[in-house]
Design a protein around this ligand. Structure first.
Ligand SMILES: NC(=O)c1ccc[n+]([C@@H]2O[C@H](COP(=O)([O-])OP(=O)(O)OC[C@H]3O[C@@H](n4cnc5c(N)ncnc54)[C@H](OP(=O)(O)O)[C@@H]3O)[C@@H](O)[C@H]2O)c1
Length: 300
């Protein structure tokens, strides 16, 4: 059986991704074979596919860190043909082990999670790590006592996937949100983060999880020591089974369930994935793309 996969190759100093026809024997070993239904496109994935980033640690490799679909075969008693599952999170899938951007995916049984109650095959990746990251950040704000009456919340990179979800969640919880976008002035992005710190209220909290505009920023120390501003680093790279309340609160009916999933997320035909990833890296995309498998096309 042949199927389509997007595989990243290293050629000298450059990395190039190609749609290729594969068989299961071409994929990394694993106990469970999944027919892919949906895969998300995170910023990290876009950098991997476009060859812009150092995301992929082994070549050649299929990128993509989140997939959902149906089990077609399993040598593990934990999974049976027909199970609706997702694979997301961790340091291997789509990084050191063939990942999500293939019509069939093969992984160790321990990486597979059942699609939880309150999610389906689509929204488990449409929300996925993107919305979960925002939910972890929102929970952190609440844990540190930032309630809606304390003042507005600024969300930077506002048109991106994670930030769009953050805006949606915060607005639903009654916060006033000030959205900052670099679409018209990307050079000012880092400056705007520093400006943000200058205008933070006493006891304000900055939740930081992104690096799209760069890996460093400069700021005065004074907001931290004069107004007790705190900087909270957010790490959301957790497997589904360990995600806790930030994840379960996003299930249908939950208070962190984004209300505008259909406005934030949009379909990407698998055949257009490379082009889409180039656009994400260029910073011209709004929202979060989701690959919908199943459209027949020829590998090139
Ligand atoms: N810490 C964690 O666990 C974790 C988890 C998930 C994601 N992340 C990180 O969070 C960030 C957002 O991820 P995402 O998947 O939501 O990405 P995304 O959809 O591509 O959004 C990134 C947004 O950042 C802004 N941006 C500013 N400068 C940019 C530049 N030079 N190139 C591209 N975009 C730029 C853009 O928004 P505007 O044009 O509106 O400013 C863009 O839409 C990424 O850095 C990602 O690696 C971290």
């Amino acid at each position: 059986m042949k199927f389509n996969a997007l595989r990243l190759y290293r050629e000298g100093e450059t990395r190039v991704s190609r749609m290729v026809a594969q068989t299961l024997d071409d994929l990394d070993a694993g106990d469970v074979v999944i027919r892919a239904q949906y895969a998300a496109v995170n910023y990290k994935d876009a950098r991997a596919v476009s060859g812009a980033g150092n995301v992929i640690k082994r070549f050649p490799c299929v990128p993509g860190i989140e997939v959902s679909g149906t089990v077609v075969s399993s040598t593990s008693p934990a999974w049976r043909e027909g199970d609706a599952v997702t694979v997301q999170g961790g340091q291997e899938f789509g990084i050191r082990h063939d990942g999500a951007y293939a019509e069939f995916v093969r992984v160790p049984a321990a990486w597979v999670a059942r699609i939880p109650d309150g999610f389906d095959a689509y929204d488990v990746v449409a929300l996925g790590i993107g919305a979960y990251t925002s939910a972890v950040a929102v929970e952190e704000l609440m844990r540190r006592g930032v309630t809606p009456d304390k003042g507005p919340i600024a969300v930077t990179g506002a048109t991106g996937g994670c930030s769009s979800f953050a805006i949606d969640m915060l607005a639903a919880l009654g916060y006033t949100v000030v959205a900052s976008t670099g679409k018209t002035a990307e050079a000012a992005y880092l400056k705007s983060l520093a400006a943000l710190l200058r205008t933070m209220k006493k006891g304000g909290v900055v939740c930081s999880f992104g690096n799209a505009a760069g890996e460093t920023f400069t700021s005065s120390i004074y907001p931290f020591i004069l107004r007790s501003v705190s900087l909270a680093g957010i790490n959301a790279n957790h497997p589904v089974a360990t995600r806790g309340s930030a994840w379960t609160r996003m299930a249908r009916g939950g208070d962190l369930r984004p209300r505008n999933l259909d406005k934030i997320c949009f379909d990407i035909p698998f055949a257009r994935l490379r082009e889409h990833c180039d656009e994400v890296v260029a910073g011209t995309v709004r929202g979060r793309g989701v690959v919908r498998f199943g459209e027949p096309f020829r590998a090139s």
